[in-house]
Ligand binder design. Structure first.
Ligand SMILES: Nc1nc2c(ncn2[C@@H]2O[C@H](COP(=O)(O)OP(=O)(O)OP(=O)(O)O)[C@@H](O)[C@H]2O)c(=O)[nH]1
Ligand SMILES: [Mg+2]
Length: 466
């Protein structure tokens, strides 16, 4: 549900909506908790329950010691930080109350605030107001959520870039170029009777072609961006006893999964977050692949297959001390065929034991998970196998959101349609329709064009208080 705003303009032409409040810090025990209040009369309303300075008279960006009280009773000793519109995160009058970091005490402060005509904020409502007040464009607002949810250093860096407006700046340049092109085409339409040609068709086509080359470059960063943002889903599969759990533990540097010489030890999938060079890998240890009559183990095997379907990288592990059968060779070949678009590494394990048979050419890498031999090389190969075909510098601008990717793809297609129309000698009004459609798509990235549904789906991903 999108909140209907009771808007009123203030002197700086920013919107001040009805006051909202939420605990902005995580629920739990901590040194302090912060209750954020924003909106019309937020400072005056909190002033009625604050004992200390008269908040209505204090300057913006000042901090004040006092008490939150209710019916003359002290609720907590607090610090109140005052931000006056327009210089606040939301652009509205905002007050942040720092109280003691207990679950009950922060809740009591929030309830006291809510008792003076302030309502509970919806998830992401503060950031939504910041967007609506022009404090940030839409892709920056989305980056706020990405930054909060980031689970690796690279994901933090990518979110920070977007928050700095790197993507928005690119989009603005594209938009301006399309606006100029549209203006030329439409100007020509106005003078159609006089047979005036303002835009050289060749020049226009060249401009659109260059634009699409730039868009293609941005689109090419998406696969890397997705892996950086969500982590690289890596699954270890192989026959029972191959050493999958031992390998998971070796990479993590701790005993995360149970290891034993009994085949069929791992029965369910085990997930663990692991970071390598600032990239997040979500490692999944699975039940060994084999036909089994044991119902629980069979369910484990089914889940192993499901984990492969979802993975970005499949590591197939084989116990080298056991002869490799034709059936297993086929299994590896089948995996490569079935998951042709995924990265697959076949790894021979237990290199410290006698290798049974000729395995040359069968494996990408030979290791001993128990002795940690070849583990460093495996790490390099794991990273390379998913990122190598992209050759993209993870420190550059990355498109990390499928929403942005979709909009860029549609823009690309509309520009292509415009180029084709020009080529076919179609009249300017049709070219202009394609150009305007491209503009529309780009506008959805930065939020120049929005719908309530779009804003709803974006901001509902946020936590309350942000
Ligand atoms: N010698 C040697 N033994 C290993 C190595 N890696 C694993 N093992 C042993 O092989 C046995 C099976 O290891 P696990 O890691 O439990 O194998 P798994 O693939 O997880 O097996 P399941 O969970 O049953 O599918 C254990 O006794 C391990 O200590 C290795 O590199 N060298
Ligand atoms: Mg196991």
């Amino acid at each position: 549900m999108l909140i209907s705003y009771l808007l009123s303009m203030n002197k700086d032409n920013l919107y001040q909506s009805d006051p909202i409040a939420a605990i902005a810090t995580p629920v739990g025990e901590g040194g302090i908790a912060v209750i954020r209040v924003s909106g019309k009369d937020a400072i005056a309303k909190v002033g009625t329950i604050f004992r200390g300075k008269n908040l209505a008279e204090v300057d913006s960006h000042t901090v004040h010691f006092g008490h939150i009280t209710k019916d003359g009773r002290k609720i907590d000793e607090v610090l109140a930080t005052v931000f006056r519109s327009p210089k606040s995160y939301t652009g509205e009058d905002t007050i942040e109350i720092s109280c003691h970091g207990g679950v009950l005490v922060s809740q009591a402060v929030l309830e006291t605030v809510l008792s003076v005509g302030v309502r509970s904020a919806e998830p992401g409502e503060f950031t939504q107001r910041a967007f609506l007040n022009g404090k940030m464009e839409l892709s920056q607002a989305e980056a706020v959520a990405d930054l909060i949810h980031a689970r690796s250093r690279k994901a933090v860096e990518a979110a920070q870039q977007q928050l700095d407006g790197a993507l928005g700046k690119h989009i603005d340049v594209f938009r301006q170029q399309i606006i100029d092109a549209t203006a030329l085409v439409e100007l020509e339409l106005d003078f159609i009777e006089e047979d005036v040609e303002f835009a050289s068709k060749d020049q226009l086509r060249k401009l659109l072609l260059e634009l699409n080359t730039e868009i293609e470059k941005l689109l090419a960063t998406y696969e890397t961006g997705r892996l950086v943002k969500h982590g690289i889903k890596t699954v270890f599969v192989g026959k029972p006893n191959a050493g999958k759990s031992t390998l998971l533990n070796a990479l993590m540097g701790k005993e995360r999964a149970i290891v034993s010489e009994i085949a069929g030890t791992t029965r369910d999938v085990i997930d663990a977050d692991w970071s390598l060079d600032g990239l997040l890998f979500t490692l999944t240890d699975t039940a060994g692949l084999r036909d089994t009559e044991d119902l629980i183990e069979a369910e484990g095997v089914r889940r192993s297959h499901k984990a492969m379907d979802d993975a970005d990288l499949i590591v197939y592990l084989k116990d080298l001390s056991e002869q490799i059968t034709d059936a297993e060779k086929h299994l590896i070949a089948d995996l490569r065929q079935k998951y042709v678009h995924k990265s697959i590494l076949s790894v021979g394990n237990k290199l410290d034991l006698n290798v049974n048979g000729d395995v040359s050419g069968l494996f990408d890498l030979l290791i001993s998970a128990k002795n940690l031999d070849g583990i460093d090389e495996l790490k390099v190969r794991m990273k390379k196998s998913v990122l190598s075909n992209q050759e993209i510098d993870t420190s550059g601008l990355l498109v990390t959101s499928s929403r942005h990717r979709d909009a860029l793809q549609k823009t690309y297609q509309h520009l292509k349609d415009a180029m084709n129309a020009l080529e076919a000698g179609t009249t300017g009004d049709f070219v202009s329709i394609d150009l305007r459609a491209a503009l529309h798509e780009l506008g959805t990235i930065t939020g120049n064009i929005t719908t309530e549904d779009l804003l709803d789906s974006i901001f509902s991903r946020f936590c309350i208080g942000k």
